[in-house]
Every structure is written in structure tokens, then in C-alpha cells.
Design a protein around this ligand. Structure first.
Ligand SMILES: Cc1ncc(COP(=O)(O)O)c(C=O)c1O
Length: 361
């Protein structure tokens, strides 16, 4: 078992990610002239392949970048890379898989015509999920003050490009105030999203999120919540522009992303929200994870681990989640059996270490 091993695949060649594989003239490195996507596995199967592929295509089209790999080939390479990672590391939990497609290397200069061979690199590693303690206590957010989200008219946040400086610097600003995550306003002062997640608010039985017109990434998790998952639990989902002055009118808040699916938010600067087991986020999270399991059962072609290994991993996860639950209940001392059952979430990339996975994309 090599816990820190990261499997790479450069344009079809599998190798240890610590080995160099790209030219120093690669435009992804020099100019952020690249696009990327992140997938994860549920039940040993790569989740929502098609949705991420389509976003990758849209991002590439926006940058006039010819993707170096087609849909079927990429699906096969993601599976091959993740399977190689699992085999080499012996890892039994969920896997994080990223692909970065660069316009390639060439002469120095911004002119796209200088680019020669476009390349892709797939990286696979264990999914560094949020520690279970943090998941249950909720994230602390801070609204960015010095910086704003890139306007759509400049570098549209809907394009998932290799240039992450805008959210990266916003995150740093919020972290300097002790927050876990940032909420980034646009130039009009409306909230857009977190550094690597979309934001949702809850008003009674309705979930509310800013529209794409505010300038944000159209998250795959966000779209699934709006279009499929909310309806499954009888909730309404709407898009609405939100400013910091609106925060006090919502009942609760959560973030949504591929890596951590749904995570409750406990505070946004001085605004506090409840994160207890009665909050809608837990019901949505369970519904989302059920949906992901159904997807896994229907997509054997995206399986990176045998079902036997998955059963073993599932048992490990359940024991871990149950453990964390009992610890918390012992501390609380008086939670009922029913409440405890509802706190034992169905699928958990739960980790008990202190390393936060909230911003790893
Ligand atoms: C800026 C930003 N917003 C939102 C998200 C969430 O999107 P998804 O649900 O597709 O992971 C991400 C994830 O990478 C992101 O980088």
C-alpha cells in the first residue's frame, strides 16, 4: 500500500505522477492554456462520465482547443488509469480522477498557431474527502472582500480551464480570516459560488442557487440537484440572484461538488446556520448518493474495481461512518436511536484525518 501514490497517464502512457512527462514549453504550464475535468467513483464506478465529457467539450470549444482524445477513448483511459491506481496502491475507497487537456507545446508566445501536439494527462488518486467531523459540524465560509469572480465577459467561469488563479486567490483571502471556504461575489455584488463548489440555500422546502447568468461554473452536482435530486425528495429547486444582505432570510446552506457531493455550511462570516440531522441537506445527500449508486449499477463499462472489492470497501466505510457516529453520540450523550440512524449516511468517503478535502479539485 502506497498511500501517497498518484497514477498518471500521459496521452496513453501509464506512469508514476512523480515522473516528468510534459515539455517545459507546454502551454498549459506557460499560459494556463488548457481545460480539465474531475470525476470520482461511487461503488467502484466512475460517476456521470457523459455529463463531465460534455462540459469538457464545451470548455474546449470555448477556447478553440481541439481535444486530443475522443469520448470513447477517454472513458477507456479513465478506467484504465483508475484501475492501475487501485492495483498499485491497494486503495479500497472512492477514487478521484482528473484529466487535463493542453493545447500542447511549441514556440514561446501567446499565438495559438505556435502550439504543436495537444496532450492529455489523466491523474488518479484516492479521493481526499472531507473529514467526517467537518462534514458533521459544517463548513465556515467567508465572503471574498478584496477580489470578485471573473466576469463572464472576460474569462467565463463556465469554462473549466487550467487557469484557476481567480478562485485560488479568493480562497486564500478567506483562509487568511480563518474560514474553510470562500463565497465569491461578482462585480455586481451578487454571490456566485465557492472556490471549487456551487452554493445552495434552503428556504423551507425549496433549494435556491444563483443562476449561471451571475457568472459561475455550471457544476454537474448542481445540475443533478436542480434537475433530478430535489424532485426525488419532494423539494422545489429554483435559481435566484442572492446578495450577502439576503443571507439572513435563508434557513440553511450547503455546498455541492463532485468531490464531496453535499456539505452543510455552519457559518458565512457572522451568519450562522443549523447543520443538525433535521436539515434538508442530509435528505438531499442521501438521495444524491442513492442516485449515484443506481448510476453505478447501470454502468458496468465504467467500473474500475471488481464488485467483490467494492463490497469489502463498502463494509469498511459503513464501519467507519458508524464509528464516527457513535463517538459523536457519546459526546452529545442524549441523541435518540432514531436520530443516530439518520446520521449514518449511506455512502461516505468519510475520513477521520484532519486534512480538509474541501478545496481539492
Ligand atoms: C469553480 C467551481 N465551481 C463549482 C464546482 C462544482 O462542480 P462539479 O459539481 O461539476 O464538481 C467546481 C468543481 O470543480 C468548481 O471548480
Amino acid at each position: 500500500m502506497e498511500p501517497h501514490f498518484i497514477q498518471a497517464n500521459t496521452s496513453g502512457r501509464l506512469h508514476d505522477a512523480r515522473e516528468p512527462s510534459l515539455s517545459a514549453l507546454d502551454r498549459g504550464f506557460l499560459y494556463g492554456d488548457s481545460v480539465y475535468e474531475v470525476w470520482r467513483t461511487y461503488d467502484g464506478v466512475i460517476f456521470a462520465f457523459e455529463e463531465h465529457w460534455q462540459r469538457l467539450e464545451r470548455s474546449a470549444r470555448a477556447l478553440l482547443l481541439a481535444l486530443p482524445v475522443g469520448r470513447a477513448e477517454l472513458a477507456a483511459e479513465l478506467v484504465r488509469t483508475a484501475a492501475a491506481y487501485v492495483e498499485r496502491s491497494g486503495h479500497v475507497g472512492p477514487v478521484y480522477i482528473r484529466v487535463q487537456c493542453s493545447r500542447g507545446a511549441g514556440g514561446i508566445g501567446l499565438d495559438m498557431a505556435l502550439a504543436e501536439n495537444p496532450t492529455y494527462v489523466v491523474l488518479a488518486q484516492r479521493l481526499r474527502a472531507l473529514p467526517v467531523e467537518k462534514l458533521r459540524s459544517g463548513l465556515n465560509l467567508s465572503v471574498a472582500r478584496a477580489l470578485r469572480r471573473n466576469p463572464r465577459e472576460a474569462l467565463d467561469p463556465e469554462w473549466k480551464t487550467g487557469n484557476s488563479l481567480n478562485p485560488l486567490l479568493c480562497l486564500r483571502e478567506a483562509r487568511s480570516r480563518g474560514a474553510d471556504e470562500v463565497l465569491i461575489p461578482n462585480l455586481a455584488g451578487q454571490l456566485t459560488e465557492a472556490a471549487t463548489a456551487n452554493v445552495f440555500f434552503v428556504r423551507r422546502n425549496t433549494i435556491v442557487t444563483p443562476p449561471l447568468s451571475c457568472g459561475l461554473l455550471g457544476g454537474i452536482t448542481r445540475a443533478l440537484l436542480l434537475e433530478r435530486i430535489a424532485a426525488r425528495i419532494g423539494a422545489t429547486a429554483i435559481e435566484e440572484a442572492i446578495t450577502p444582505a439576503d443571507l439572513r432570510f435563508f434557513d440553511s446552506c450547503f455546498l455541492a461538488s463532485t468531490v464531496n457531493d453535499l456539505v452543510p455550511v455552519a457559518t458565512i462570516d457572522t451568519q450562522c446556520y443549523p447543520v443538525d440531522e433535521l436539515q434538508l441537506v442530509w435528505k438531499l445527500k442521501a438521495a444524491f448518493q442513492n442516485f449515484a449508486s443506481e448510476y453505478a449499477a447501470g454502468h458496468p463499462e465504467l467500473r474500475v474495481r471488481t464488485e467483490e472489492a467494492e463490497v469489502a470497501a463498502g463494509a469498511g466505510r459503513a464501519a467507519e461512518a458508524e464509528d464516527a457516529c457513535s463517538r459523536r453520540n457519546q459526546e452529545a450523550g442524549q441523541r435518540s436511536e432514531t436520530a443516530r440512524a439518520s446520521l449514518t449516511l449511506p455512502v461516505g468517503p468519510f475520513e477521520t484525518s484532519s486534512a480538509s478535502g474541501s478545496t481539492r479539485q
